[in-house]
Each structure stands twice: as structure tokens, then as C-alpha cells.
Design a protein around this ligand. Sequence first.
Ligand code: GLU
Length: 297
Amino acid sequence: MITRFAPSPTGPLHLGHAYSAMLAHDMAMDANGTFLLRIEDIDQSRARPEWEAQIYDDLRWLGLWWPEPVMRQSERQAAYETALDRLWNDVLLYPCHCSRRDIETAASAPQEGATMGPDGIVYPGTCAGSVDPYDPGPRPNDVPLRLDMTKATRLVCKHRVVPDAPWTHVLGFEEMLHGKRRMITVTQEEMLRSIGDVVLSRRDMGTSYHLSVVVDDAAQGITDVVRGSDLFDATPIHVTLQKLLGLPTPRYHHHRLIRDDNGKRLAKRDDARALSKFRAEGATPNDIRRLVGLTEV
Ligand code: GLU
């Protein structure tokens, strides 16, 4: 078993991160496996070296261990380019020239009605169909590229026999919930309606969260992805990309989110819950384990 913790160095780690990292670490240790760390720093406008240094420091303090060198996404551009080239040559991507404003206007036209997906408003498809399927030409790199989800789901969704809906096609993946295996199925129709044509390459980064996470989980041989349930809705995108790129699909474990006293999910800016603050106040790693509901070591 290989698990990982994949933080972005854009702020302090808080109790929620500690929970996620310790769960992934404990799971790998219990199985005599390996726990890996990956720094998700594709957003260079927000990543800071001091946050990265703090991540190493906090995780070591918690008693976690991982092999070096640590994978850093800012050093992985070539791998993302290869994946994008493959999708581009398979005519699964198209350039998008819409501004945020254009998308809002088109998505809220009376006949459409905006739907919110994992990345915000579901793209209304304005720029779709602009690539010549017989001659896609070179992949542009100065404009965002979107995944053509209609084509993608045609390739990855499998026919499922349903008495009242004979044309149902679904994408399935395995999830572990509290140690119990369950199959999640998402219909092709849901994928189009509630996810749509997501951006896989952003102009400013030449990649995206979805693309990088999929390419890197495969490169690191991750067998079990342990992460918060806030990322559950992104998982069908990741499974779709794995299938399109011929990569294995790991098992997914989406864990509960650690909330503050008002029931609000912790965010990076919640300095009050920063691990460094607990440390400064004299808490021990076992205090942190107790606070997030994990057994002490
Ligand atoms: N880098 C993401 C975050 O900090 C986590 C990615 C993942 O676990 O898939 O929220």
C-alpha cells in the first residue's frame, strides 16, 4: 500500500491537514506500506517557501516519516505536458477564450440556468467543437484548455443494464468508507450536467489541479488516496482522466472534515487552528490526535 499527503504550501497546516496526513500515514504503516509526501505548488502565485518549510516541520513534529526526495509539482511540468499532448492528439481538449464574465453570462441565460460543479459554474460549452478532429494541429499553450466531457464520457462510461433506462452509461470507482468497500457509480448524464468541460491547463500554470494530481498519483504509484470529503466531487474527473491516459485508478478514501466550534470547515486562513499555534501553546502530537479523534500512539 502506498498512500500520500499532498498539501499546497499556500498557508499554515491546520487540524484538518493533520488529520488527513496522520490517517494516510497510519493506514500505510498498519499495512507495512509507504507514506509519501507531495508538495502541490503549481500555483506559484500563492505558494511560498516559508509555508513549505513549515509543512515539513509540522509533519515531522507530528511524528510522520516519509522517504526523500519529496515530489514537488513545480518540477513536474514535462510530465503534465506529455499528458496534455496525449489528450490534445486524441482531440479531447479544446482551447477556451471565455472570460469569467462570458461564462457567467452564458451559463445564466434563461434556457441554461447556471449549475455549480467542483470548479464553480459548469461551463456552458461556448468554445466546444472548435478543434478539427482530423487535424488538431499543435497544442496551443497560451490559452486555457478544457476537457471535452461529452467525448470523454463516451470513452470511459460503461453501459449498465437498468430496466427503466436502457441507455444508461456510468463511470464506476471504488471507495472505502470507514473501512468498508463500496462502488460509486456516476451516470454519464450527471457527469455532463454537474461537472462539464473542466479546465485541464490553465493559462498561468500550463496545468491544473485535476491533471497534476492524476499524473502524479500514478507516477508515485499511489494505491490509496486518502483525502477530505470536500474532494469527493472531483474524484469522477480524476477517474475519467486515469482512464483516458491509461493510468491505474487507486482506491479512494474520503474522510470527514474537521470543523470549528461553529461547525464550519477549517480553511487555510483559520490561523486559530494552525498546528503551529497548538505547538506554541505546548500541545503534544498526542493532544492533536485526541483533538481530531484518532487513537494515540
Ligand atoms: N493539494 C490539495 C489540497 O491541498 C489536495 C489534493 C488531493 O489530496 O487530492 O487541498
